[in-house]
Design a protein around this ligand. Sequence first.
Ligand code: ADP
Length: 244
Amino acid sequence: MIKINGLYKQFDQLQVLKGIDLEVEKGKVVVVIGPSGSGKTTMLRCLNVLETPTKGVISISGQSLDFSKAVPKKDIASFRRLTGMVFQSYNLFPHKTALENVMEGPIVVKGVNKETARKKAEILLEKVGLADKQDYYPAQLSGGQQQRVGIARALAMEPEVMLFDEPTSALDPELVGEVLKVMKDLAAEGMTMIVVTHEMRFAREAADEVIFMDQGVVVERNKPDEIFTNPKEERTRKFLNMIQ
Ligand code: ADP
């Protein structure tokens, strides 16, 4: 479903990604862990082409972009639709209701008619447990509720893959569970997901594989049981010792 080959990203003098290779099969959940600044967010943003990689090839669901060459804008636009992104900071439109936030993408980007977009948005808000909050504005919702709207909004575009960038990091601890539950339900339904998170319990319970990144490379990847109980690399062991 996802294939990354030789992905590099440089900001000015700073080489942030130094040759990432990664494959993710359809329906799998991959959790990415690693120290702050190791390039986890940058890798996700490259997959969504919010950042333009310096070089490398990214393929998702049969569509491929090769960043060693100039990539046409229209190719980027269609590629971006393959992934849905959920941000740490929710990024909802503050002047739109929950329902309008979820309807916006399909109407504006896909040209879906308003009634169809509304029906779909209602179903998605119900799915994330917010049927009764559809007419609320973001400021009237808790962080956990806003993030669930964020997930519904990403799903409304019917992506092949969902990318989560520290989706619970900004939440009060008592609100983390409700967001993780929605993510676990999605995983159980067979959604292909890449999740950058510090929630090791989520990684243990929901991940098919855990990837440990450090200094712009994938240091180790393994099943959660293996990587948490028996990390092969010294750097992984050190990181896990620090956070557990
Ligand atoms: P992580 O998600 O693992 O914490 P990031 O991908 O956010 O790491 O950041 C990796 C490095 O790239 C950091 O040193 C960060 O300061 C730098 N970086 C990220 N985005 C930019 C940017 N837009 N411009 C310059 N440097 C950036």
